[in-house]
Design a protein around this ligand. Structure first.
Ligand code: GFB
Length: 311
């Protein structure tokens, strides 16, 4: 990517999109194109077609999506499959028709079968049934991968797919009903500390295992993949290669936040996938690996929470 390349970041206000913008700017890319959802409704095919036909960016980072944690995925199942399918279909088709050569599509580790061997390799895709709590979202993201593959074969595009593990960091969603686990535990531990509570609640059994990647490391991986001209297609897991139980995570969050009470587990909430540790050998083999360890990342995320959300 030349530093004067025109780069469209779809979803630039989200946690991942805003991290990609930070990374691009720090790497000297200044010709960035961004549109808020009120300026450009990505669910409207005609608007997306007109926008990409006129802008004709050299690169697209597709970080726009309807996202959320286990409860949001399981509650708004129709919204998650419809909105993600239509956004990715609109952008992929309009990009190919506008002659956009290179694009990075962002998916999620939930695309892999619920009970596949761990760590999960990219070629385990579509080898077994999905986790039911986020199946609609997973199906949409699998379709996004297939859109990239199909347009690459038919139209000669170079659309690459990146599958991040669970992400966290600056500009995360801290709404307790729709957020992912890590921001939720940061907020719950912080508020329990302020209230002087003796316990803080963790959903499920605490037994599931999750891998957590700091969002600025994810952004670095996204720019890394687009800067490698020889990477023209395919699917790349992006993660740390290390996972922890939700109980261990909750204990680390308590320690970072300074909450000294006890954990209480709410067994009425779903555990979801027992484990989804990504095999990151493929992206490591081309020269990228995550830098931020979990405790360091949680401290950075808590500092962001205090600055922008909490009191
Ligand atoms: O992060 P999370 O919502 O989504 O939940 P997934 C991870 C685990 O943390 C589950 C537990 O076992 C939750 O029960 N957990 C404990 C909590 N306390 C909480 C809490 O207060 N809030 C939340 N949200 N979880 C997501 C998919 O699955 O993974 C997304 O639903 C996406 O679509 C994302 O793929 C990467 O990790 O289970």
């Amino acid at each position: 990517m030349n530093t004067d390349a025109k780069i469209y970041v779809a979803g630039h206000r989200g946690m991942v999109g805003s991290a990609i913008v930070r990374r691009l700017r720090s790497a000297g890319y200044s010709n960035l194109v961004m549109r808020t959802s009120s300026e450009l409704d990505l669910t409207q095919q005609a608007s997306v077609t007109e926008f990409l036909a006129s802008e004709k960016p050299d690169y697209i980072f597709m970080a726009a999506a309807r996202v959320g944690g286990i409860y949001a995925n399981n509650t708004y199942r129709a919204d998650f499959i419809y909105q993600n399918l239509i956004i990715e279909a609109n952008i992929t088709h309009a990009a190919a028709m506008a002659g956009v050569e290179r694009m990075l599509f962002l998916g999620s580790s939930c695309i892999y079968p619920r009970d596949c061997p761990q760590p999960i390799r990219e070629d385990y895709l579509l080898t077994g049934p999905l986790e039911l709590t986020n199946e609609p979202y997973a199906i949409a993201k699998i379709a996004g991968i297939k859109l990239c593959e199909s347009y690459n074969r038919q139209y000669g595009t170079q659309y690459v797919s990146a599958m991040p593990t669970n992400l966290y960091g600056p500009n995360d969603n801290y709404d307790l009903a729709t957020s992912h686990v890590l921001p939720a535990l940061i907020r719950k531990a912080h508020e329990a500390k302020l209230r002087g509570d003796s316990v803080y609640e963790v959903w499920g059994s605490g037994k599931p295992m999750r891998e957590f990647l700091y969002v600025d490391d994810m952004a670095e991986a996204c720019v890394f993949l687009m800067e490698k001209d020889e990477i023209r297609d395919g699917l790349f897991n992006v993660g740390t290669g290390v996972d922890v139980t939700i109980k261990e995570l909750a204990e680390t969050v308590m320690d970072v936040v300074g909450f000294t009470g006890d954990i209480v587990f709410d067994a009425s909430k779903p555990d979801g996938t027992p484990r989804k540790l990504l095999d990151v050998d493929k992206i490591k083999s081309i020269g990228w690996k995550a830098k931020t360890d979990l405790r360091q990342g949680i401290a950075l995320a808590y500092a962001d929470f205090l600055q922008n959300v909490g009191s």
